[in-house]
Design a protein around this ligand. Sequence first.
Ligand code: F6R
Length: 243
Amino acid sequence: MPVPSVLVCEDYADLSRTAADLVAERLAQKPALNLLAATGNTPMGLYAELVSRRDALDVSRVRVFQLDEYAGVGIEDRRSLLGWLVRSFTAPLGIPEDRIVRLDTAIEPAAACAAFEETLREAGGFDLAILGIGSNGHLGFNEPPSDAGAPTREVTLSAQSVETSAGYWGDAEVPTRALTVGMRELLASREIVLLASGAPKRAIVRRALGGAVTPEVPASFLQEAKRVTAVLDRAAWCGEDEA
Ligand code: F6R
């Protein structure tokens, strides 16, 4: 069985540079990369790092796939995860919006998820997925319990995810429903980079990478995925000797 590789970085800045090196290398190897990109706080340093290297990167053929979005929330809404992705990553990197495959919140959720999956199939699947991890072990909004076959779908957010989301948007009302790329599609990615930073993530990183593989910790299915690299800072890493 494949085992996730773990890169332990000195701190968040080092983590962001290390992850950017990896993404830049994959882009150089395959400019028409199908890239799944998370939002949340953790990948923001990576995105900023890539933006700072903009002149050295050819992003003209990359396709960026959105990982998740609150139900009914359009890009113009300040809570939109797509809006966050565009502001922090695709726009400053010069990737036009027509190169972004989105979870369309303007149509019926099941139809939006089916359309996303169809576009993904036609594109040949994800080459690289950039993921963060929720403190409850979620990937995207695949909340526990989510099994490895869970498709792209509409979900109810856990209380924990609602709380984390509230932290992103201050006093904004947080929707309780969302669309997420499914475990099935994530785990089929040809490569996955999992980012985690800070001591609050340490316990869940340990369970995800070294604990039982269970729907109760959706990220634990990464232990069975193809080519997974966890890029962590020291604070988020708890090695055998530190248990
Ligand atoms: C965001 C997402 C979430 C986050 C996770 C970690 O698009 O899908 O799964 O990756 O909640 O969030 P941060 O990075 O803010 O700790």
